[in-house]
Design a binder for this molecule. Structure first.
Ligand code: GZL
Length: 346
């Protein structure tokens, strides 16, 4: 594309960093250090490729690994793209540096999964100044002018939180505990991330409808398994009568389960503590089948094809919807999980 010459010069001058994406189940291994200088070129430049700069949050969870894979398998040379991928290791300053590097390389499109919602105005203005369309994937940005981004693709986080609350109410009712005093704690995601803001708000909407539900405490587990375990350990030390733990992603739930077992308590459908997570990654199905996790609320990470569809429409001069939710469901131990699991894409 017209950006080709510049990008070759920039690429030669640029250090590349390869995101080490983790495997399912645990916390992703720490990715190779990235300097946010525009990240790693995923495919060699050639011919008439559309250059896409993708500023990814990090590699903190199974969900993130699947999200990254969705982009890397969509934005390939065979599909007509050159992907420049940057892993910000959950640091906003690295994402901002990567966006500036994409602008310097004069990419055709910038895609961002913003680690938190605020602090983007200036760098988005710079992209606008450079005439580079910005597409948001996954989490949202709070900006004064929503013309600073073309479209957003992601999950409906408030709805995910509400679905979780409604599921819990039904679950407790079915157990004959509908009027019982229920003590709960929440392991939140990265504070200020749309997924954390929405899930906390959504569950809170249902919590407000149940006078017999008591939220004892909320703390951030940063969407990671290790931090989730640490937070649950501290909750177990502070409160000896926890009935439910709401984990704002599955990896935090895996950590919470480890902490519960280490404290000599049990969890899952026949346990002392009900454990729920968000994302519905494969390892969550394995945890439900093992009898540890009670339910998981889906947040589809496969945004690559949706973003490519937006780019193709823009290339054809067509208009695109500003807000595009992905389809989401939930899964619990009442379902035939052994049958569902093999068909799960992530
Ligand atoms: C949700 C995404 C969240 C996932 C976590 O769209 O932003 O970030 O729920 C991930 O697993 O870390």
């Amino acid at each position: 594309m017209k950006k080709k010459v510049l990008s070759i010069i920039a690429m030669l001058a640029m250090t590349v960093s390869m995101a080490a994406c983790g495997s399912g189940g645990g916390e992703a291994p720490a990715p190779a250090p990235t300097d946010g200088e525009g990240g790693e070129e995923v495919s060699s430049d050639a011919g008439d490729l559309i250059t896409v700069g993708y500023a990814q949050v990090g590699a903190e969870s199974d969900w993130r690994t699947a999200n990254t894979e969705s982009f890397k398998s969509t934005f390939t040379e065979e599909n007509g793209y050159k992907l420049i991928f940057d892993d910000a290791q959950q640091k906003q300053e690295n994402q901002i540096k990567a966006i500036r590097s994409f602008i310097q390389q004069d990419v055709d499109y910038i895609v961002v999964a913003p680690v938190v919602e605020t602090g983007w105005e200036t760098v988005l203005e710079e992209a606008k100044e450079a005439g580079i369309p910005v597409i948001l994937s996954d989490r949202m940005m709070q900006v004064s002018d929503d013309e600073l981004y073309v479209a957003w693709v992601g999950g409906n986080f408030v709805k995910e939180g509400e679905t979780c609350g409604e599921w819990l109410a039904d679950y407790l009712e079915a157990q004959g505990r509908g009027s019982e005093e229920i003590n709960m704690v929440t392991i939140q995601g990265t504070i200020g991330a749309s997924a954390q803001v929405g899930r906390t708000e959504g569950f809170g909407n249902i919590l407000a409808q149940h006078d017999n539900w008591k939220m004892l405490d909320m703390q951030s587990g940063e969407f990671t398994q290790s931090k989730g375990q640490e937070v649950m350990e501290s909750f177990l030390k502070s409160y000896d009568d926890i009935d439910v733990v709401i984990c704002e992603n599955d990896n935090e739930a895996f950590g919470a389960i480890d902490a519960i077992k280490a404290a000599g308590k049990t969890c899952g459908p026949n346990g002392d503590i009900i454990v729920v997570g968000f994302d519905s990654v494969k390892a969550a199905f394995e945890s439900m089948i093992a009898g540890d996790l009670n339910a998981t609320f889906e947040c589809n990470p496969l945004h690559g094809p949706r973003v490519a569809e937006i780019i193709q429409k823009l290339e054809a001069g067509e208009s695109v919807d500003k807000i595009q939710y992905v389809d989401e469901a939930y899964f619990d131990t009442s379902m035939d999980l052994e049958t569902i699991l093999p068909d799960r894409a992530y």
